[in-house]
Design a binder for this molecule. Structure first.
Ligand SMILES: NC(=O)c1ccc[n+]([C@@H]2O[C@H](COP(=O)([O-])OP(=O)(O)OC[C@H]3O[C@@H](n4cnc5c(N)ncnc54)[C@H](O)[C@@H]3O)[C@@H](O)[C@H]2O)c1
Length: 385
């Protein structure tokens, strides 16, 4: 833990000109990598910052002052997607006094979701009402009666305060859904996505309500995990943002705020760590079991990286990795150097055109150039070459 904190705690600007690679120790090389990627991000962000600032000023200056007075008190929630996350969000919302409509594609899926919610609620009740099982039963019944289900989202969003989307991690599918719902939802309704990796702005662009659109990133399992990342895009109004902060608190969660940056806070740090664990194992440096044990006993983590990968779901992790677009690539370039696992790099490099922008890190430019020359040579070779 100490070393993690020491690494993450530094707030000073990284050195401007790192010494040549060959002269560096391994840890100094890692620091230099970070410095390069930091500079890259700074340069990239600078070019967009002016535009964004103007946008934020014009959108928020008039709305900020009276925002708190007009905040929306969320009472009725529509959760789209009754899988792992959606079922958990619906459960927690209903258990904290909200009325909920849970939406999924088929009645079978919804029946399964509701059964899962009931089982989860019974576990909660057993602990919470250990001394009073009758009150526990009443809690379960009351919570379940607050959740109705539907397979037609357009028909249920007209009277909802908040739509929480927790469907498959696919931008096109999410965009299609929100575009449709935008036509049917009430004017005041706030839309949020629970996406792990996609840009909220890109999802919001499918609608005409960018000011009432944000990210609400819950963690698995939702009933247990206290954290919710509240993602404010440059277009999200202060009123929407504050209404969502209040809503997450009403759920008994702890909100943290983050800009619409790839991976937000948790996944930005967590995913490169998980991928580095895979790399360590792939190289044959250590067994999966010993890597898990090391992070539990040596870093105080409740789960090792492989246990966590299984828990999140390998398919979801794959979607998160695939979801890295051009912007993400630039922002994740630190991870590209450190994580450096083959198929990921192969995938990233294929998205790079020959016109590499000025702010692209020099070492990555060299790697891409070599890749273009040799086309099919292994990514690992590019990194070490
Ligand atoms: N699994 C995690 O640990 C985790 C954590 C945080 C955020 N997320 C994000 O939450 C979202 C959902 O993840 P999940 O793990 O619950 O997935 P999941 O596969 O368990 O559930 C997704 C559900 O959405 C339904 N669905 C798909 N398309 C739909 C549509 N057009 N309309 C209605 N329902 C539809 C599916 O039938 C399925 O039941 C993803 O964006 C994911 O990135 C996942």
């Amino acid at each position: 833990m100490m070393s993690l904190n020491a690494g993450a705690g530094g707030t000073e600007a990284p050195p401007r000109s790192p010494p040549p690679r060959g002269h560096l120790t391994a840890s100094a090389r890692a620091a230099a990598n970070f410095a390069r990627s930091y500079r890259c991000r700074r340069l990239c962000v600078c070019s967009m910052a002016f535009v964004t600032r103007q946008l934020v000023r014009s959108v928020s200056s008039s709305s900020t002052a009276s925002a708190s007075a007009k905040k929306i008190i969320v009472k009725h929630v529509t959760v789209i997607g009754g899988g792992l996350m959606g079922a958990g969000i619906a459960q927690v919302a209903a258990a904290t006094g909200h009325t909920v409509v849970l939406v999924d594609q088929t009645e079978d899926i919804l029946a399964k979701s509701k059964k899962g919610i009931e089982e989860s609620l019974r576990k909660v009740a057993k602990k919470k009402f250990a001394e009073n099982p009758k009150a526990g039963d009443e809690f379960v019944e009351k919570t379940l009666s607050s959740i109705s289900t539907s397979t037609d989202p357009a028909s249920v969003v007209h009277s909802t305060d908040l739509v929480v989307e927790a469907i498959v991690e696919n931008l096109k599918v999410k965009n299609e859904l929100f575009k449709r719902l935008d036509k049917f939802a009430s004017e005041h309704t706030i839309f949020v996505s629970n996406t792990s990796s996609l840009q909220i702005t890109n999802i919001a662009n499918a609608t005409m309500r960018q000011d009432r659109f944000a990210g609400l990133h819950f963690f698995n399992p939702v009933p247990m995990m206290k954290l919710v990342e509240v993602i404010k895009t440059p277009m999200t109004s202060q009123k929407t943002y504050e209404s969502l902060i209040d809503f997450t608190k009403a759920l008994g969660k702890h909100p943290v705020s983050c800009k619409d940056t790839p991976g937000f806070i948790v996944n930005r740090l967590l995913v490169p760590y998980l991928m580095e664990a895979v790399r360590l194992y792939e190289r044959g440096d250590a067994s999966k079991e010993d890597i898990d044990t090391s992070m539990k006993l040596g870093a105080g983590y409740p789960m090792g990286p492989f246990e966590l990968l299984d828990y999140v779901g390998l398919d979801t992790v794959k979607f998160i990795l695939d979801g890295r677009n051009w912007t993400s690539l630039l922002s994740f370039c630190n991870a590209v150097e450190v994580v450096s696992f083959d198929c990921e790099l192969q995938c990233l490099f294929t998205t790079v055109t020959s016109d590499l922008p000025e702010f692209f890190p020099t070492n990555l430019k060299i790697q891409v150039k070599r890749w273009q020359e040799k086309e099919k040579c292994a990514c690992q070779h590019l990194l070490t070459g």
